[in-house]
Design a protein around this ligand. Sequence first.
Ligand code: ZN
Length: 874
Amino acid sequence: MSNPPAADTGLKVTGPQVIQRLDYRAPDWLVPDITLEFALSLDATRVRATLDVERNAEGETGAPLRLNGDGIAVAGLEVDGKALNDWRMDGNDLVIDLSGDKHRVVIETVINPTANTQLSGLYASGGMLCTQCEAEGFRRITFFPDRPDVLSRYRVRMIADKAKFPVLLSNGNPVASGDAHKNTHWAEWHDPWPKPSYLFALVAGDLVATRDTFTTRSGRKVDLAIWVRPGDETRTDHAMRSLIASMKWDEDVYGREYDLDLFNIVAVADFNAGAMENKGLNIFNTRYILADPETANDGDYDAVEGVVAHEYFHNWSGNRVTCRDWFQLSLKEGFTVLRDQQFSADRGSAPVKRIEDVRILRAAQFPEDSGPLAHPIRPDSYQEISNFYTATVYNKGAEVIRMMTVLAGAERFRKGTDLYFDRHDGQAATCEDFVKAIEDGAGLDLTQFRRWYQQAGTPHVAVTLTHAGETATLTLRQTVPATPGQPDKQPMVIPLRTALFDRATGANRGEHLLVLTGEEQTFTFDGFAELPVLSINRGFSAPVAIDNPSSDADLVFLAANDDDPFARYEAMQQLVVRHLVAAVGGQLDDAARSAGRAAIGKALAAVLADPALDDLMRGELVILPGETYIAEQLSPVDPGRIRAEREALKAWLGTTLASEWKALHDRTSAVPYGLEAAARGARKLKTQALVYLAPADPAEAVARASAQYAAADNMTDRQGALMVLCGLDGAEREAALADFHQRFADNALVIDKWFSLQAGSLHPRAIEHLKALAKHPDFTLTNPNRVRALYMAFAANTAAFHDPSGEGYRIIADLILALDPINGNVAARFVAPLGRWRKIEPARAALMRAELERIAAHSGLSRDVTEQVGKSLE
Ligand code: ZN
């Protein structure tokens, strides 16, 4: 995105323009119909847009027609069939005075897709042409009221070279097509469903389709196609299966049926985000479509399934009911993430899915909520909307709606969503509309609950449990931390699924839904002869941090015995987090360290031995809490010490349970490849065993990892082995890396893994490796996947990124400056790691701040980077 030039008012622009949620005004003009004619070519595409405009009764009387543009110029303009010269530019906006209430406006623009490195608007990717219009990309194609509350019916005609662009796709249904002059051909598409401009899409290229069909429950036969580059069609089966399963699931669980005769998906290699829900023509990053056992690991399979479902579910939660303005983004994203999470839970192991989702929330959203970029799930202001496609809007947004399901129960929640879809079908709605529909449909009072939409910050709940006579008394006290612009907070509604276990018998005495609404509340439970064992926030029923008073012994008990699988995992995590936080803080003497380790070792041994556990769940229970989550519990943070203590614990567990890990590796290595849960669980544990053995017995780990690599008939085993080798020294490491690169040289997605594994490795010289990789011929700043593969993995590699020399910070700042002119949207994503400086120990914090200041001193930064850097320095 480019900076907004000073509006032609004679006034100087003093600061960045801030858009406020409460400034929303209805559009002055509507565009019920639009026809777009494209003469497509890679470097000069002509666009002729015919807009039927009419005044909006709710708009300002007599207002001129104001159309947004970004980096485009008017090449021709007609109103009601006559050339018009009486128009003006106001900054990026095209302004036309119109006397009547209805007009036909025809605008011509010429754009260069090849020069579009921002990948927003119409751009070229590997010889094909495609669009990305969310949030504000449509204005880079033509002038338009580019806001989600202007809904239009689209007719699209494309003409293009027949050999270069044999396939021409747009939203809705194909109407007609044919050959044209010279070597060109044309196609016309029509989308009967009115939609905002951000859902417009066009694709032209040499693509091949994998096809299938789905018959909806009311009998509509839908043709399904997944379009990829020739050669990739062998890797679309999983995506197609996932699509069909999603279509069925949305009918069964939410009563939502697909509404066109055709559903197209296109995979492109250059894409800023994961995928895009354009009406009837979803466009995907290749990494969320292409999968086969040889090139995609089990996590990739899950990601494909989840993202295909996510985009499909948007057809209702996003497209049929869209957003009034971009502050309402969580209306579609929070709800759709919840829906895709529920779908994946139903498809595989629900407890494991829940654990994975919470792990993502803690690793990505909790740090956001406690840093300078914290914002409510419905933000109050923004400079650049692209910066608000965040873990807060998406993942915390999903957690907030999930709490509604906890409060209402599945059946009543469904009544709420039915009412929501019914009431708002065809509309551009608000988060408030959603909450009101759930209130009315599910019969809930969400008055206080609405604070989840208003207040940022992760609530903390301090817990005490006491016992006297026959009564256990549980006291809960909540605090919501101050966040930028929100110093004082009101208490939230926090639903906590809670159980008490009888200490003598180990029996669960029943689960209660405790709803904390005040700052402090006390709950009593009778019939306990002694202090019970507490299991709280089961299933992670609320996205909060619990300060849990349970003893290590109680946590060991829960890790082995809790009947809620999430609570089991949580007890295990708590046990380790508590130990590592104390160790990093220097609070452990030798005796305390031994006692802590012994408790963790005991719990882990029990998990390894428990015959009742399936391997997929066992695999979750043995994963140590991540470094960022540990860092969240500390202030100030010394990232080097977190790495050192976490690795030391791993080494101790690797040594103490060495024979268990070897036996586990032997057992799981004998399980043949398959996509079923048991085989997947075995693969997860196979690599985990190596992860523990690596710091304990490097020679043994290298030998086993090399063997695993050599024997691998799937990417999960191969990548797991290579990950472990990457953290260690030796000829085996170099040999495996060379083999991997050569074996997959023609597969960009796998080469991304090759970059990530090295940039994210535990190897002490990871910085050196990163610097060499940045100069590798396969590296490029113009492909977002490649940039993220190298540098996001590095920024997440805490010990390397936080190297005391400050070199890691310099590398990321240099990257931001180099990438910003190419792709400001992706560049801005790298600011957050530097923005965390306030929580880091003072020496490193000063270096991080200095890099942010160095970036800020540059002129001509994108609005994206300007906003993130500005907020990080405030
Ligand atoms: Zn989405």
